[in-house]
Design a protein around this ligand. Structure first.
Ligand code: DC
Length: 231
Protein backbone atom coordinates (compact mmCIF):
# COMPACT_ATOMS: atom_id res chain seq x y z
CA UNK A 1 0.00 0.00 0.00
CA UNK A 2 1.17 3.55 -0.56
CA UNK A 3 0.63 6.58 1.64
CA UNK A 4 -2.78 7.29 0.11
CA UNK A 5 -4.51 4.08 1.04
CA UNK A 6 -5.62 2.21 4.10
CA UNK A 7 -3.35 1.68 7.10
CA UNK A 8 -3.90 -2.04 7.62
CA UNK A 9 -5.05 -3.06 11.07
CA UNK A 10 -3.21 -0.19 12.75
CA UNK A 11 -4.24 1.04 16.21
CA UNK A 12 -3.67 4.74 16.94
CA UNK A 13 -4.10 5.48 20.65
CA UNK A 14 -4.67 9.11 21.68
CA UNK A 15 -4.99 10.46 25.22
CA UNK A 16 -5.20 13.95 26.64
CA UNK A 17 -7.35 16.28 28.74
CA UNK A 18 -10.65 17.83 27.59
CA UNK A 19 -10.26 20.41 24.86
CA UNK A 20 -6.79 19.25 23.83
CA UNK A 21 -8.21 18.59 20.37
CA UNK A 22 -8.49 14.81 20.67
CA UNK A 23 -11.94 14.32 19.15
CA UNK A 24 -11.69 16.47 16.05
CA UNK A 25 -8.12 15.45 15.24
CA UNK A 26 -8.78 11.74 15.89
CA UNK A 27 -11.80 11.86 13.61
CA UNK A 28 -9.81 13.77 10.98
CA UNK A 29 -6.97 11.22 11.00
CA UNK A 30 -9.44 8.31 10.82
CA UNK A 31 -11.14 9.90 7.80
CA UNK A 32 -7.82 10.60 6.10
CA UNK A 33 -6.73 6.96 6.29
CA UNK A 34 -10.15 5.27 6.21
CA UNK A 35 -9.84 3.96 9.74
CA UNK A 36 -12.54 3.35 12.33
CA UNK A 37 -12.94 5.91 15.13
CA UNK A 38 -13.82 5.29 18.78
CA UNK A 39 -14.66 8.10 21.20
CA UNK A 40 -14.32 6.36 24.59
CA UNK A 41 -15.39 9.53 26.46
CA UNK A 42 -18.79 9.11 24.79
CA UNK A 43 -19.03 5.63 26.35
CA UNK A 44 -18.43 6.98 29.88
CA UNK A 45 -20.93 9.75 29.14
CA UNK A 46 -23.48 7.16 27.92
CA UNK A 47 -23.08 5.16 31.13
CA UNK A 48 -23.47 8.38 33.17
CA UNK A 49 -26.59 9.39 31.23
CA UNK A 50 -28.18 5.97 31.91
CA UNK A 51 -27.38 6.15 35.64
CA UNK A 52 -28.89 9.65 35.94
CA UNK A 53 -31.92 8.62 33.87
CA UNK A 54 -32.51 5.72 36.29
CA UNK A 55 -32.17 7.89 39.40
CA UNK A 56 -28.93 6.28 40.57
CA UNK A 57 -26.84 8.32 43.02
CA UNK A 58 -23.62 8.52 41.00
CA UNK A 59 -21.55 9.30 44.09
CA UNK A 60 -22.58 5.92 45.52
CA UNK A 61 -20.00 3.61 43.89
CA UNK A 62 -21.80 0.50 45.17
CA UNK A 63 -25.08 1.54 43.57
CA UNK A 64 -23.32 2.29 40.27
CA UNK A 65 -21.43 -1.03 40.44
CA UNK A 66 -24.63 -3.02 41.05
CA UNK A 67 -26.15 -1.73 37.78
CA UNK A 68 -23.03 -1.51 35.63
CA UNK A 69 -23.95 -4.35 33.25
CA UNK A 70 -27.53 -3.14 32.72
CA UNK A 71 -27.29 -0.51 29.96
CA UNK A 72 -26.70 -1.78 26.46
CA UNK A 73 -24.20 0.65 24.94
CA UNK A 74 -23.55 0.38 21.20
CA UNK A 75 -20.93 2.55 19.50
CA UNK A 76 -20.93 3.32 15.77
CA UNK A 77 -17.31 3.78 14.67
CA UNK A 78 -17.65 5.43 11.25
CA UNK A 79 -15.59 8.66 11.59
CA UNK A 80 -17.94 10.40 9.14
CA UNK A 81 -20.91 9.77 11.46
CA UNK A 82 -20.00 8.26 14.84
CA UNK A 83 -23.01 7.17 16.89
CA UNK A 84 -23.78 6.23 20.47
CA UNK A 85 -26.90 4.28 21.40
CA UNK A 86 -28.07 3.26 24.84
CA UNK A 87 -30.76 0.57 25.00
CA UNK A 88 -31.53 1.30 21.35
CA UNK A 89 -31.87 5.07 21.81
CA UNK A 90 -29.61 7.59 20.05
CA UNK A 91 -28.20 9.68 22.92
CA UNK A 92 -25.67 11.80 20.98
CA UNK A 93 -27.23 15.05 22.23
CA UNK A 94 -28.14 13.93 25.75
CA UNK A 95 -24.59 12.82 26.63
CA UNK A 96 -23.27 16.38 26.03
CA UNK A 97 -25.67 17.95 28.57
CA UNK A 98 -24.36 19.95 31.53
CA UNK A 99 -25.79 17.35 33.90
CA UNK A 100 -23.87 14.47 32.29
CA UNK A 101 -20.69 16.56 32.05
CA UNK A 102 -20.92 17.45 35.75
CA UNK A 103 -21.31 13.79 36.80
CA UNK A 104 -19.15 11.84 34.34
CA UNK A 105 -15.95 12.06 36.40
CA UNK A 106 -17.69 10.36 39.36
CA UNK A 107 -19.06 7.53 37.23
CA UNK A 108 -15.81 7.01 35.33
CA UNK A 109 -13.88 6.70 38.62
CA UNK A 110 -15.85 3.55 39.58
CA UNK A 111 -13.61 0.49 38.91
CA UNK A 112 -16.49 -1.72 37.72
CA UNK A 113 -17.47 0.91 35.14
CA UNK A 114 -13.91 1.07 33.83
CA UNK A 115 -13.62 -2.72 33.70
CA UNK A 116 -16.75 -2.99 31.58
CA UNK A 117 -15.80 -0.09 29.29
CA UNK A 118 -12.25 -1.37 28.75
CA UNK A 119 -13.59 -4.84 27.90
CA UNK A 120 -15.97 -3.42 25.27
CA UNK A 121 -13.30 -1.06 23.90
CA UNK A 122 -10.87 -3.95 23.42
CA UNK A 123 -13.58 -5.93 21.59
CA UNK A 124 -14.18 -2.99 19.24
CA UNK A 125 -10.44 -2.65 18.60
CA UNK A 126 -10.09 -6.39 17.95
CA UNK A 127 -13.01 -6.29 15.48
CA UNK A 128 -11.47 -3.38 13.57
CA UNK A 129 -8.12 -5.16 13.40
CA UNK A 130 -9.73 -8.40 12.29
CA UNK A 131 -11.33 -6.51 9.38
CA UNK A 132 -7.82 -5.13 8.62
CA UNK A 133 -9.37 -1.67 8.89
CA UNK A 134 -7.48 -0.24 11.83
CA UNK A 135 -8.86 2.28 14.31
CA UNK A 136 -8.16 5.57 16.05
CA UNK A 137 -9.15 5.37 19.73
CA UNK A 138 -9.21 8.45 21.93
CA UNK A 139 -9.70 8.95 25.66
CA UNK A 140 -7.78 9.14 28.94
CA UNK A 141 -6.35 5.64 29.42
CA UNK A 142 -5.94 4.35 25.87
CA UNK A 143 -2.12 4.57 25.73
CA UNK A 144 -1.76 3.23 29.29
CA UNK A 145 -4.50 0.61 29.83
CA UNK A 146 -6.78 -0.07 26.85
CA UNK A 147 -4.17 -0.43 24.08
CA UNK A 148 -0.64 0.06 25.49
CA UNK A 149 0.69 -2.10 22.63
CA UNK A 150 -0.60 0.33 19.96
CA UNK A 151 2.16 1.20 17.47
CA UNK A 152 1.14 4.89 17.45
CA UNK A 153 0.59 6.49 20.87
CA UNK A 154 -0.01 10.20 21.33
CA UNK A 155 -0.58 12.47 24.29
CA UNK A 156 -2.24 15.71 23.25
CA UNK A 157 -1.93 18.83 25.37
CA UNK A 158 -2.90 22.51 25.03
CA UNK A 159 -2.92 25.50 27.34
CA UNK A 160 -5.91 25.76 29.71
CA UNK A 161 -7.00 28.94 27.89
CA UNK A 162 -6.93 27.29 24.45
CA UNK A 163 -8.82 24.27 25.77
CA UNK A 164 -11.51 26.42 27.37
CA UNK A 165 -11.92 28.44 24.15
CA UNK A 166 -12.39 25.27 22.11
CA UNK A 167 -14.84 23.68 24.55
CA UNK A 168 -16.86 26.91 24.78
CA UNK A 169 -17.25 26.92 21.01
CA UNK A 170 -18.25 23.25 21.01
CA UNK A 171 -20.95 23.69 23.63
CA UNK A 172 -21.86 27.22 22.45
CA UNK A 173 -21.16 28.56 25.91
CA UNK A 174 -20.08 32.20 25.95
CA UNK A 175 -18.76 32.00 29.49
CA UNK A 176 -15.20 30.90 28.75
CA UNK A 177 -14.05 31.50 32.34
CA UNK A 178 -16.70 29.13 33.74
CA UNK A 179 -15.85 26.53 31.10
CA UNK A 180 -12.18 26.82 32.01
CA UNK A 181 -12.96 26.34 35.71
CA UNK A 182 -15.02 23.25 34.89
CA UNK A 183 -12.25 21.82 32.68
CA UNK A 184 -9.64 22.32 35.37
CA UNK A 185 -11.91 20.66 37.95
CA UNK A 186 -12.59 17.67 35.67
CA UNK A 187 -8.90 17.28 34.69
CA UNK A 188 -7.97 17.27 38.35
CA UNK A 189 -10.54 14.53 39.09
CA UNK A 190 -9.57 12.50 35.98
CA UNK A 191 -5.84 12.75 36.76
CA UNK A 192 -6.01 12.03 40.48
CA UNK A 193 -8.46 9.10 40.60
CA UNK A 194 -7.09 5.80 41.91
CA UNK A 195 -8.11 3.66 38.94
CA UNK A 196 -6.51 4.37 35.49
CA UNK A 197 -5.92 8.11 35.90
CA UNK A 198 -5.07 10.32 32.92
CA UNK A 199 -1.30 9.95 32.78
CA UNK A 200 1.37 10.69 30.23
CA UNK A 201 3.85 7.86 29.63
CA UNK A 202 7.37 8.12 28.24
CA UNK A 203 6.57 6.08 25.13
CA UNK A 204 3.69 8.30 23.98
CA UNK A 205 4.56 11.20 21.67
CA UNK A 206 3.55 14.50 23.23
CA UNK A 207 1.88 16.97 20.92
CA UNK A 208 1.11 20.49 22.17
CA UNK A 209 -1.77 21.64 19.97
CA UNK A 210 -2.05 25.18 21.41
CA UNK A 211 -0.75 27.02 18.34
CA UNK A 212 -1.68 24.41 15.73
CA UNK A 213 -4.68 24.21 13.42
CA UNK A 214 -6.84 21.10 13.19
CA UNK A 215 -5.34 20.25 9.78
CA UNK A 216 -1.80 20.58 11.11
CA UNK A 217 -2.46 18.17 13.98
CA UNK A 218 -4.22 15.69 11.66
CA UNK A 219 -1.24 15.82 9.28
CA UNK A 220 1.15 15.02 12.13
CA UNK A 221 -0.92 12.04 13.29
CA UNK A 222 -1.22 10.69 9.74
CA UNK A 223 2.55 11.10 9.26
CA UNK A 224 3.27 9.04 12.38
CA UNK A 225 0.83 6.35 11.25
CA UNK A 226 2.37 6.20 7.76
CA UNK A 227 5.87 5.92 9.23
CA UNK A 228 4.82 2.94 11.35
CA UNK A 229 3.18 1.25 8.38
CA UNK A 230 6.27 1.64 6.22
CA UNK A 231 8.58 0.05 8.79
O1 DC B 1 -13.53 13.17 26.41
P1 DC B 1 -14.77 13.55 27.22
O2 DC B 1 -14.67 14.89 27.88
O3 DC B 1 -16.03 13.38 26.45
O4 DC B 1 -14.80 12.46 28.39
C1 DC B 1 -15.79 12.50 29.38
C2 DC B 1 -15.26 11.98 30.69
O5 DC B 1 -15.02 10.58 30.61
C3 DC B 1 -13.95 12.62 31.18
O6 DC B 1 -14.21 13.55 32.21
C4 DC B 1 -13.14 11.47 31.72
C5 DC B 1 -13.85 10.22 31.30
N1 DC B 1 -13.05 9.33 30.45
C6 DC B 1 -12.29 8.39 31.07
O7 DC B 1 -12.25 8.33 32.30
N2 DC B 1 -11.58 7.50 30.32
C7 DC B 1 -11.60 7.56 28.98
N3 DC B 1 -10.90 6.67 28.27
C8 DC B 1 -12.36 8.56 28.34
C9 DC B 1 -13.07 9.46 29.11
Amino acid sequence: MNGQGNTEGIVIAIDGPSGSGKSSTSKGAAKARELRYLDTGAMYRAMTWWMLEHGVDVDDAEAVTALVERPEIVMGTDPEAPTVRVDGRDVATEIRSKDVTANVSAVSAVPAVRERMVRVQREIIAAARAESTGIVVEGRDITTVVAPEAPVKLFLTASAEARAQRRSKEIRDTDVAATQADLVRRDELDSSRAHSPLKQTADATELDTTGLTLDEVVALIVKLADEVRQR
